[in-house]
Design a protein around this ligand. Structure first.
Ligand SMILES: *[C@@H]1O[C@H](CO)[C@@H](O)[C@H](O)[C@H]1NC(C)=O
Ligand SMILES: *[C@@H]1O[C@H](CO)[C@@H](O)[C@H](O)[C@H]1NC(C)=O
Ligand SMILES: *[C@@H]1O[C@H](CO)[C@@H](O)[C@H](O)[C@H]1NC(C)=O
Ligand SMILES: *[C@@H]1O[C@H](CO)[C@@H](O)[C@H](O)[C@H]1NC(C)=O
Ligand SMILES: *[C@@H]1O[C@H](CO)[C@@H](O)[C@H](O)[C@H]1NC(C)=O
Ligand SMILES: *[C@@H]1O[C@H](CO)[C@@H](O)[C@H](O)[C@H]1NC(C)=O
Ligand SMILES: *[C@@H]1O[C@H](CO)[C@@H](O)[C@H](O)[C@H]1NC(C)=O
Ligand SMILES: *[C@@H]1O[C@H](CO)[C@@H](O)[C@H](O)[C@H]1NC(C)=O
Ligand SMILES: *[C@@H]1O[C@H](CO)[C@@H](O)[C@H](O)[C@H]1NC(C)=O
Ligand SMILES: *[C@@H]1O[C@H](CO)[C@@H](O)[C@H](O)[C@H]1NC(C)=O
Length: 515
C-alpha cells in the first residue's frame, strides 16, 4: 500500500511538472513571438531541470549551502524512529558528518534501490595538513541503538590523495546495540576504513552488516592503506558482503568477541591487499576472540589479467596484485613482537575458501585456543612474493606457502592438517609481490554486485601515522640487500611454487576435496 501511494505521488509530481513545463513553453513561445529574439531551447531546460526532478517524498540536495545543516537538523529534531529519506540518483555533497541522533532512526534512499541509483553522500568538507572531514555518517551517539543505514552510497573522495586523520567513511557502533547496515556501497575513504563498527565503552553489541558492496578502500602505497570492514563491536553479524579492492584488511576483526563473519567475498583486482580477513589486533579487546567465528567466506587473491595461450598455466597480472595473507591469525603475523608474548585468543575459523594469488593463504603465529578447520584451496592458486625491503635482516621470513604456522607460539589450538611449520611467523606482510612475470593463475573474479565500475584511487605520496593494522615499519635494508633478496626470492618462488602446489594438491586429494 505504502509503495503504491508513493508511486501515485510520484506520478502526480511528474504530471504537475509537465504541466508547468507546458505553461512555461507557451509563455516562452508567446514572448518570443513578441520580442522576435531567438533563444536556444536548451536554456529553458537547463533553468528548470532541478524543478522537474524535485520530489515531495525525499529531502533534496539543493540548496547546497544549507544541505549539511538541513540533514542534521532533520535528524536532531525528529526524534526516535525518524527515517531520513534521500532521493534516488542524487549526489549529496556534505561538508561535515551526518549524525544519527536518536534510537531507531534510519537513513536510506526512497524505494530502497540496490544499484547505482542509490543516493550518494559525497564527503566534501575541507582537508588541510592531514586533518579534516573524513566521515559521511556517524551512528555512535549516546542514544543510537537500533539505528539503520540502508541502501545508500558513500563516496569518500580520497581520489589518490594521502590519507587524512579521522574516522572511517561510516562510523557505527559505539555504546549501542542492534544497529543495521545493509545494501550500502562505501568506497574511496579519505581515512583508514570504508566502514567501522566501534566498541564504544565495550557495550556495543549485535550490529548487523549485511549485503553491502565495499571498496575500493585506500591505496596499496606504503601506509596509505585502508580496511574494507573493521569490526570491534561484540556479538555482531557480518554476512553476504562483497569487498572489492581494499588494501589493509578486507574484513578486520578487532577481537569483537561473539561476532559471526560468514559468506563474505573479498577480492583484489587492481591493488595488493595486506590481509583478507584479520584476527591479529591485540587492541582494544586484549586479543579476545572468544566465540568469534569466521566461516564459509571466499577470499580471492589476484588472477592473471591476460588470457592463457596454449598450455600456459600462469600469466602476468597488470597490477602485480596479490593478497599477502588470506587469513591472518595472531598479532605476530602482523606486528612482529610489538605485543611481546600476547596472543589472539579463542577464535574459530572454519570452511573458508581461498583462490588466486597469495603470499600466504593462511598464517598463524601467537594464538591460543583457536580452532582452524576445513579451510581449503579452490580453483587455481599461486603462493608468490619475496622478501621486501622492510623484512627483517635477522629474522627468517618464510617462503610463500598455502598454510603456515609458527608452532612455537601457537598453543592449545586445533589446527587442520597441512599447515607447514615455520620457525618465525613475525611481520609477514613485509613480503612484496613479484614485479611482473608469469606467476598469477588463470581464473575469474566475481562480477561487482549491482553497482557499476568504480575508479580506484591512484597512489599519493607522503605517509601519515599508521592506522590499525599497519605493518611494523621495520628499518629497510641496503639497496644491495634488496637486489639480492629479490633475485633469491624470484628463484625461490619458482621452486617453491612447484613444490608447494604439489604438496597442496596431495593434501587436497588426501582430504578428498576438489582442488
Ligand atoms: C541540530 O543540527 C543543527 C545543524 O547542524 C545544529 O545547528 C543544531 O545545533 C543541532 N541541534 C541540536 C539540538 O543538536
Ligand atoms: C535518549 O532517548 C530517550 C527516549 O527517546 C530520551 O528520553 C533521552 O533524553 C535521550 N537521551 C539523550 C542523551 O539524548
Ligand atoms: C539484533 O539486531 C537486529 C537488528 O539489526 C534485530 O533484528 C535483532 O532482533 C537483534 N537481536 C537481538 C538478540 O537483540
Ligand atoms: C552469500 O552472499 C551472496 C552475496 O551477497 C548472496 O548473493 C548469497 O545469497 C549469499 N548466500 C547465502 C546462503 O546467504
Ligand atoms: C572474552 O570476552 C568474553 C565475552 O565478552 C568474556 O566472557 C570473557 O571473559 C573474555 N575473556 C577474557 C580472557 O578476557
Ligand atoms: C576456547 O574457545 C572457545 C570458543 O571461543 C570458548 O568457548 C572457550 O571458553 C575457550 N576456552 C578457554 C579456556 O578460554
Ligand atoms: C603483553 O604481555 C606482556 C607480558 O607478557 C605485558 O607485559 C604487556 O604489557 C602486554 N601488553 C602489550 C600491549 O604488549
Ligand atoms: C585454471 O587454470 C587453467 C589454465 O591453467 C584454466 O584452463 C582453468 O579454467 C582455470 N580454472 C579455473 C577454475 O579458473
Ligand atoms: C566521487 O566523488 C568525486 C568528487 O565529486 C568524483 O570526482 C568521483 O567521480 C566520484 N566517484 C564515483 C565513483 O562516483
Ligand atoms: C619500507 O619502510 C619505509 C619507512 O620505514 C617506507 O618509506 C617504505 O616505503 C617501505 N617500503 C616498502 C616497500 O614497503
Amino acid at each position: 500500500m505504502a509503495s503504491r501511494s508513493l508511486f501515485l505521488a510520484a506520478m502526480l509530481l511528474v504530471s504537475v511538472a509537465e504541466g508547468a513545463l507546458e505553461n512555461r513553453r507557451m509563455a516562452y513561445q508567446h514572448r518570443r513571438s513578441v520580442s522576435g529574439l531567438p533563444v536556444p531551447e536548451d536554456t529553458l531546460f537547463a533553468e528548470h531541470s532541478p524543478a522537474l526532478h524535485a520530489r515531495a517524498d525525499c529531502e533534496p540536495a539543493d540548496p547546497l549551502n544549507t544541505l549539511t545543516d538541513r540533514l542534521n537538523t532533520l535528524l536532531n529534531s525528529s526524534g526516535a524512529g525518524y527515517v531520513l529519506p534521500l532521493c534516488p540518483g542524487v549526489q549529496y555533497h556534505i561538508q561535515a558528518p551526518i549524525l544519527f541522533n536518536a534510537q531507531d532512526q534510519e537513513i536510506s534512499t526512497v524505494g530502497y534501490p540496490t544499484d547505482d541509483s542509490r543516493a550518494t553522500l559525497v564527503v566534501s568538507g575541507p582537508v588541510a595538513n592531514g586533518q579534516g572531514h573524513t566521515t559521511a555518517v556517524d551512528g555512535t551517539c549516546q542514544n543510537c541503538s537500533g539505528v539503520k543505514l540502508r541502501n545508500i552510497q558513500i563516496n569518500g573522495t580520497r581520489a589518490g590523495a594521502p590519507p587524512t586523520n579521522g574516522g572511517a567513511n561510516i562510523e557505527m557502533g559505539g555504546s549501542n546495540q542492534n544497529q543495521l547496515i545493509e545494501y550500502v556501497h562505501s568506497f574511496d575513504p579519505r581515512s583508514w576504513s570504508c566502514l567501522h563498527i566501534a566498541e564504544g565503552a565495550f557495550t556495543c553489541s549485535n550490529v548487523t552488516v549485511q549485503n553491502n558492496d565495499i571498496g575500493p578502500c585506500g591505496s596499496d602505497a606504503f601506509q596509505q592503506w585502508a580496511d574494507g570492514i573493521s569490526v570491534s563491536c561484540q556479538n555482531s553479524l557480518v554476512r553476504n558482503n562483497m569487498v572489492n579492492n581494499p588494501t589493509d584488511g578486507g574484513i578486520v576483526l578487532f577481537g569483537a568477541p561473539g561476532t559471526l563473519v560468514e559468506n563474505n567475498t573479498i577480492w583484489v583486482e587492481t591493488m595488493t591487499l595486506l590481509g583478507g580477513i584479520n584476527m591479529v589486533d591485540y587492541d582494544p579487546w586484549n586479543g579476545n576472540y572468544t566465540n568469534t567465528v569466521v566461516r564459509d567466506n571466499t577470499i580471492r587473491g589476484g588472477f592473471a589479467t591476460e588470457t592463457a595461450e596454449g598450455t600456459e598455466t600462469k600469466g602476468v597480472n597488470a597490477e602485480d596484485a596479490i593478497i599477502k595473507i588470506g587469513i591472518a591469525i595472531g598479532p605476530r603475523t602482523w606486528f612482529g613482537d610489538r605485543y611481546l608474548n600476547n596472543v589472539s585468543l579463542s577464535g574459530t575459523v572454519l570452511n573458508n575458501q581461498l583462490t588466486g594469488a597469495f603470499g600466504y593463504g593462511m598464517a598463524i603465529s601467537s594464538a591460543t585456543n583457536f580452532t582452524v578447520q576445513g579451510n581449503i584451496l579452490v580453483g587455481n592458486t599461486s603462493f608468490i612474493g619475496s622478501n621486501g625491503p622492510n623484512c627483517s635482516t635477522t629474522d627468517i621470513t618464510p617462503t610463500p606457502a598455502p598454510f603456515v604456522q609458527d608452532e612455537t607460539t601457537v598453543t592449545s589450538s586445533s589446527v587442520q592438517d597441512g599447515f607447514q611449520h615455520i620457525p618465525d611467523g613475525d611481520s609477514l606482510t613485509c613480503i612484496m609481490p613479484p614485479d611482473g612475470g608469469d606467476y598469477w593463475p588463470f581464473g575469474g573474479n566475481p562480477s561487482s554486485s549491482g553497482s557499476g565500475t568504480q575508479s580506484s584511487p591512484t597512489s599519493g605520496s607522503s605517509p601519515t601515522s599508521p592506522a590499525s593494522g599497519s605493518s611494523g615499519g621495520l628499518s629497510g635494508g641496503a639497496k644491495a640487500g634488496i637486489a639480492i633478496g629479490v633475485i633469491l626470492g624470484v628463484a625461490a618462488i619458482a621452486a617453491a611454487t612447484y613444490f608447494v602446489r604439489n604438496a597442496a594438491v596431495k593434501r587436497a586429494r588426501a582430504a578428498g576435496r576438489r582442488y
